[in-house]
Structures are given as structure tokens and as C-alpha cells.
Design a protein around this ligand. Structure first.
Ligand SMILES: C[S@@+](CC[C@H](N)C(=O)[O-])C[C@H]1O[C@@H](n2cnc3c(N)ncnc32)[C@H](O)[C@@H]1O
Length: 268
């Protein structure tokens, strides 16, 4: 694992929910509306985590089957615990080497995960390999480079102001390919056709500063991993900096937004 990736630490399903799952749950149905798949398809989901998009696929798309994979044993265990549905199977596996037969899936989807896969071209090639002719392949990633994931962007801005070395870890820098043009290029390189890209935006409103800050101290994901690596004093300085910098509504809420870029394309 590279030095910058060592904070990603995807393990604990429960802490993930407070950090990202609550927002991921809002964006999943919006993506599926846009993905617009017919019923009874054989789905594959890549980087399913705790099963947020999986649950939405089962609830909204009436799949014939759903195989959902993720390399994190902790997340897969949480997904299995949370989702008891005979159509769904959760398996520990990596996007770069799918344990799936060639030309066996009608719909392939991935939520907020592709940026964490070390070799994206290989992951796209794998998606294409397992897609049936005419299958739809789609995914979404946060708009890190545009600062579109405001609650995370604010942390990296504060962290960099306090310690310029944190810039290396900032997700806008690590995931600079998360732009419509670069995502279009990744998909086109994989030989997929009819590529479409859309922005999906959701409000991320935090009840108060604790609601914003505490999930960062629980451990799953790049920012929580970074916070865990700081000394108690440095963590307190980061907390104080953010408390002063974040916008506040009149009712004390912290009103932010999150934008994702969604991409879909067709396998020949
Ligand atoms: C931000 S979480 C998204 C989880 C879930 N899809 C959601 O929307 O809530 C990123 C996920 O990518 C997964 N991931 C990281 N590297 C991966 C890889 N090489 N192949 C597949 N998934 C990967 C992580 O284990 C984690 O579950």
C-alpha cells in the first residue's frame, strides 16, 4: 500500500455509516434513476462496501440476481448482516480481478469506489470482460478535484493550512482523475460505447459541529484515517480550525453539498 493510501482503512461497517454511508444512501437512488435499468437483470456491483447501493438496487430495480463484491472483509460481513435477500450474494473480491465468468452480467455498477482501485484501467477491462453484449456499465465518484464533496474538502483545506505536508494526502490531489473529461477517457479506453456523464448533487446538512466532526474520529476512510494518525494536540488544532471555518445556518446547522460525477456506457 502506498504512503498516501495507508489511511484509507476500510474495515468497520458501523463507523462507515456515520462518515459516508448516510450520504451514500442519499445518492444511490438518484444514480439508479439516472442509470434507468429494466427489471430482472443479472447485476454485478463493485466496491459494494456495507451494501448501500446493493440495498437500493434490490429495492428499486427488481434484479434477477445481484453479486456484490468488495475487498474489505469487515464491510462484506456488515453487508451480509444488513441485507438478507435471496437474490443477493456478497463476496470478498477485488475490482482488478473479478471472480466472475466472462459475458455473464447485464448491469454493472459501482458507487464511490473506483477512485480507490489502484489500477482503474484494469478494473474497467474486468467490467467489460464480465459484461454481456449490450450490458450497461455505470459508476459514480465524488467530484474531489472540483471541491464538490464539501465536507471532506473543508478538512483537507484546514489540514493543509496547519501542515503543508497534508496536501499530499488530500483527496482532490489523489483523485484528480474524477472529472467528466478524465472519466470519459477511462471508459473510452476500455472500449465502451455510448458514454454519458452527469452531475448528481445532494445536500449534506450536519445538525451541529459534533455531527460533522465526530465521524472523522471513528476510523473508516481517508479523513478518519488521517485524524487517527495525528497527535491529540494536532487533532484538536484541526478541530478548532474547522469549527471556525465552516459555514453555519441560523439554526446552528452546517449546510454543505456533495456532488458526484456519474458515468454510464454500453458494452459492445
Ligand atoms: C467510499 S467506500 C464506498 C462503499 C459503497 N459503494 C457505498 O456507496 O457506500 C469505497 C469502497 O471501495 C472499496 N474498494 C477499495 N479498493 C477496492 C478494489 N481494489 N476493488 C473493489 N473495491 C475496492 C472499499 O473497500 C470501500 O468499500
Amino acid at each position: 500500500m502506498s504512503e498516501v493510501a495507508r489511511h484509507d482503512a476500510w474495515q468497520a461497517g458501523d463507523s462507515y455509516d456515520g462518515y459516508m454511508g448516510r450520504w451514500s444512501r442519499q445518492i444511490a437512488p438518484r444514480f439508479l434513476d439516472w442509470f434507468d435499468a429494466p427489471e430482472r437483470l443479472d447485476w454485478l456491483e463493485i466496491g459494494c462496501g456495507t451494501g448501500v447501493l446493493s440495498a437500493a438496487i434490490l429495492a428499486r430495480c427488481n434484479p434477477g440476481s445481484l453479486l456484490a463484491i468488495d475487498p474489505s472483509e469487515g464491510f462484506i460481513a456488515t453487508a451480509r448482516r444488513n441485507i438478507a435477500d435471496q437474490r443477493a450474494e456478497f463476496r470478498v473480491a477485488d475490482a482488478q480481478s473479478l471472480p466472475v465468468e466472462a459475458a455473464s452480467r447485464d448491469a454493472i455498477a459501482s458507487a464511490l469506489a473506483l477512485n480507490f482501485v489502484p489500477d482503474r484501467d484494469r478494473a474497467l477491462a474486468e467490467m467489460r470482460r464480465v459484461a454481456r453484449p449490450g450490458a450497461t456499465i455505470g459508476f459514480y465518484v465524488w467530484d474531489y478535484p472540483g471541491g464538490g464533496l464539501e465536507f471532506i474538502h473543508a478538512v483537507w483545506q484546514a489540514a493543509t493550512a496547519l501542515d503543508p505536508a497534508a496536501r499530499e494526502l488530500a483527496e482532490d490531489r489523489r483523485f484528480s482523475f474524477c472529472t467528466p473529461d478524465a472519466l470519459h477517457a477511462v471508459v473510452t479506453r476500455a472500449g465502451l460505447a455510448s458514454v454519458e456523464c452527469a452531475a448528481i448533487e445532494i445536500p449534506t446538512v450536519f445538525k451541529d459541529f459534533d455531527d460533522y466532526w465526530l465521524p472523522f474520529t471513528w476510523g473508516a476512510g481517508p479523513v478518519p484515517g488521517y485524524c487517527a494518525s495525528l497527535s491529540a494536540d494536532a487533532r484538536q488544532r484541526l478541530r478548532d480550525h474547522l469549527r471556525d471555518a465552516l459555514p453555519r445556518g441560523e439554526d446552528g446547522t452546517i449546510p454543505l453539498k456533495a456532488r458526484a460525477w456519474a458515468v454510464k456506457a454500453r458494452a459492445a
